[in-house]
Each structure stands twice: as C-alpha cells, then as structure tokens.
Design a protein around this ligand. Structure first.
Ligand code: GLU
Length: 507
C-alpha cells in the first residue's frame, strides 16, 4: 500500500499505560511493514488534565521500547507542529470554516444554565439531557438567536463554545478493519463542543483536523474510541473530507488477568506487576514500570505484540524486525486480550537465555550495584551465564545470586542438618586442603580435585556436593557447584568453607 501514514496520539495526562504502548507498537509495526511513516502527535489541548513530565515520559518509553517515530515533537517533519497546543490558529481557522458553512454554531449557555436545564430535565424524569437537534432550539446559541443577536454577543466578548450541528436522520457506517461494518445513527451523536470557551479545541476537532492535515491513512487506536468515530465521520463530512478519511482499526481492550474487566493501573498495584513501561512518580502516585522491574525491552515488545494479535503460526518469539515482517492489521483479534503477567516473565526469560552473557553483564553489574555490591564485567558475565536459565527478570540475578558477592551464611538450615555430620569434619578439612592446592582455579580443575578426594575417601557426589554448596552459598540449589566456586575465587572459597563448617557444627 502506498503512502501509509499512521500516528500515535497520546494525551500527556500522566504515565503511558501499557495499552497505550501497544497502540504505539501496532502503529509502528504497520508503518514499518508498509514502507510508511510513524508520527508522534501530542494531544495536549486539555489544560485541566495536562501533567508536566508526561510528554517526556512518553518519548522516553518509546525510545526504550525501540519504537521510534519518524516525525514528532523534537524530531520535526513536514507536517508539524506536532504538539496540538502549538496549532491553535489552525483549529481556529477550521472551526470558523464550519461556522461559516453552517455546520457549527456558537453556543453561549453558561455552565449554570446547562446545569439548570439538566436539573429540570431530571425532575421531569429525563436523566440524559443532550444538547442536540431536539433541544438546541430552546438554548442560547447561534441557531436559536438571530444573526444580529449572535454577532452582538460575540462582539461584546460573551464567552462561547462552538458546537457541531448534527442533523438527525443520517446513517454513519464505519468499515473498521478489525470489527467490520459498524453503524451509528446521527441521533446517537449530540452537538459536541468543538471549541471550548478558552479558545482551545476539544479532542474531537483537533484530532480530525490533524489526521486530515497530516495525511493520516490509518487510524489505529484503542476500542474505547470507537463511539467517538461516529462523530469524527460527521466532522469529516462537514469539512467535505469524507472521501479521503483515514481507514479505522480499533484495537481490543486489555483485560485483567482473570479476564473480568479492563486492565487498570490499580490492577498493577494490587496484583504486584507493572502495567507501565517505566516507573512513574507524580504527586502521590508511584507506578511500577517494566524497565525497573528488570525486563528487556525486546521481551516486553514481544509480549505486547501478542496481546491482541497473533501470527497464525506456532511461533512465539519474534524480534522487532520479525514482528514488522509478520504483523498485519487483518490478524488483530476482536475480543479483549487477557493480561497474563506470567507470560511476560516467560518472554523475558527466553530473551535472557538468548542474549549473550557479555551483553547481559552491564545490566547485572547495575543490579548488584543497586545493592551496594561492586562487580567487574567479567564476573557479571559469569553470573549471567550461570543464572540466566533460572531467573525471569534482571533483579533476580541478585536475589538468586547474592552469594556470588556476599557471605550469606547457611540459609537452608534444614538441609544443612541433614547433610552435615560433625564427625565428618576432619574428612571435609581434607577436601578444603585439596582445594587449597589447586593451582589453576577453574571449574574443571576444581572438579578434578574434588573427584580425587571422593575416590580417596569413598564418598559420593550426593554426600560431598551438598556440603560444598551449603558452606559456600548457604543452600543446595543453584547452578553447577564447581562453576560457583570458580566464580567466587579460591581464597574466598577456602574461607567460606571454614566458616561454613563452623556454622554447620553449631546447628
Ligand atoms: N489523544 C487520544 C488518546 O489519548 C488519542 C486517541 C486517538 O488515537 O484518536 O488516546
């Protein structure tokens, strides 16, 4: 397809929810897979909901995830500015067009008047007062008032909003790529405010004007925007742009892990997993992010890609470029996608396993540093190699591998009581001596020395290895015991053996 132009259009009202990141990802994949452009547009015209730092958070999240826009604020492009707050004049001009052509009108009703009307309707048993063709005639606006009256009110500086004039009796059909034909009647749409009293456009007007001016070919966004699309189509009609209107694809909801209801930010807090890409701290709010929880961005992306889409094959692991190849809007599911955090962890583990140890080393250095432990990249690389099949997230390299840098004592006392017989201490001192004599401290030579000791004493692996492990790492679990010893170092191993034997004697 030619000239594919898609956009991700978040409002900077707080941290970017993981569902928003999925929207960005699908837009990105579609653009890349079709030789198109991926535009970032910041929809910041709602001053009441504007949150400082949110735009920077969004950009950092995209960057971390590797979903880089081709155009956007800070990047530029031929269709800018890309922040709606910098496009006020454009919206004013287009709103004026609609007023002049009779598709929109000024409305002077104050909040108090609207409330009063709502109350009166309620008293009469109507709980859904709507400003539309059936009611606009008795409100204060450019349709109910004469032209002169309207002009005078405007000239006097009376605050007003601009509303879309929605005529009843129209059918609105949307050929949604995911959902097929979706139909609305224009009676379902009220005379929405397009321009607020503060002179800023509402989301609907700005969104439609920008999608048109930015030549957006496909609008790929969350399902919660589907009802608004009816209004958007009416706006395209009013502007005379219906023929070049973008195609729509509304993405399925992300559901709670139990499948009951929409995944909310509170679910993350309540169930103890991230539903945001990065940590966020704003006011009272502290939200957990995938990055800080120790996820690799590729793993999170792979996980997200499958929340609402599947390739139709058994393959589950896809790099970003493989996703670009495989992704298509036709394979997006209609039904909601259950957020299964165990699956996210599984993905992360797969990516940890397939990442070379040396590449994981810097992250492992950082994880240990967060606990005040300084390790060099070589050691970090060894730890990465030994533990990566056993962990799901980066912080677990420390929680499962603390003993690589610290003397943790006997953590599994029950096992120590079972495996350690104080009477055997002299025999194990011999093992310690053998290890002290190893000249080249590597796993193979450590193993040979241990095997020689077992042959001399007649003890088997089942008797010797648990004791070695307990004394050095406090538990009998873990990766290859000889590799652990090699990583810890000879001097440290010998000291830990003495201390460990002492500690087990006292149990
Ligand atoms: N600003 C809207 C949002 O925050 C954009 C919706 C759309 O993509 O049209 O999600």
């Amino acid at each position: 397809m030619n000239n594919v132009r898609v956009r991700f259009a978040p409002s900077p009202t707080g941290a970017l929810h993981i569902g928003g990141l999925r929207t960005a990802l699908y837009n990105y994949l579609y653009a890349r897979g079709n030789g198109g452009s991926f535009v970032l547009r910041i929809e910041d015209t709602d001053q009441k909901r504007y949150v400082a730092g949110a735009e920077a958070y969004i950009r950092e999240s995209l960057e971390w995830a590797g979903i880089t826009p081709d155009e956007g604020p800070e990047i530029g492009g031929n269709y800018g500015p890309y922040r709606q707050s910098e496009r006020r004049d454009i919206y004013r001009k287009y709103t004026q067009h609609l007023v002049d052509s009779g598709h929109a009108y000024y409305a002077f009703d104050t909040e108090a008047e609207l409330d009063q009307r709502r109350e009166a309707e309620k008293a009469a048993g109507n709980h859904n007062f709507r400003y539309d063709a059936s009611t606009r005639g008795d409100m204060r606006n450019g349709i109910s008032l004469s032209k002169e009256e309207t002009e005078k009110l405007v000239a006097d500086g009376t605050p007003y909003v601009v509303r879309l004039r929605v005529d009843p009796g129209q059918m609105i059909h949307i050929q949604d790529i995911v959902r097929g034909d979706v139909a609305f009647r224009s009676e379902e749409v009220d005379d929405k405010v397009l321009m607020k009293a503060d002179g800023l456009p509402t989301y609907h007007l700005a969104n439609v004007v920008d999608d048109h001016l930015m030549e957006i070919s496909h609008v790929i966004r969350g399902e919660e925007w589907l009802p608004s699309t009816a209004l958007h189509v009416l706006l395209y009609r009013a502007f005379g742009w219906e023929k070049t209107m973008p195609a729509f694809a509304h993405l399925p909801l992300l559901l709670k892990p139990n499948g009951k209801g929409k995944l909310s930010k509170r679910d993350g807090q309540a169930l103890g997993f991230p539903v945001f890409p990065l940590d966020w701290e704003g006011g009272e709010e502290k939200l957990d992010g995938f990055r800080e929880a120790g996820f690799l961005p590729q793993a999170m992306i792979n996980f997200l890609a499958f929340l609402g889409w599947n390739p139709g094959t058994e393959q589950e692991i896809f790099t970003l470029s493989e996703l670009v190849e495989a992704f298509d809007l036709d394979r997006i599911n209609k039904s909601g996608a259950q957020y299964d955090f165990e699956k996210a962890k599984w993905y992360n583990q797969q990516y940890l396993i397939s990442t070379p140890d040396g590449e994981l080393a810097p992250a492992v250095v950082e994880v240990f540093a967060a606990h005040g432990q300084k390790i060099d990249p070589e050691k970090a690389s060894l730890i990465a190699g030994l533990l990566k099949e056993r962990v799901h997230t980066l912080p677990e390299f420390y929680t499962q591998g603390r003993y690589f840098t610290e003397r943790v004592g006997i953590t599994d006392e029950k096992m120590a009581r079972k495996k350690w017989k104080p009477a055997q201490r002299p025999v194990f001192e011999q093992l310690r001596q053998r290890l002290a004599e190893v000249t080249d401290w590597n796993a193979t030579d450590i193993k040979s020395a241990t095997v020689a000791f077992m042959e001399d004493t007649g003890l088997g692996f089942g008797a010797v290895l648990p004791v070695l492990r307990l004394a050095v790492s406090g538990t009998t679990n873990g990766p290859d015991a000889f590799a652990i010893l090699a990583t810890i170092g000879q001097e440290e191993t010998l000291e830990r053996l003495s201390q460990g034997f002492d500690a087990m004697d006292l149990l």
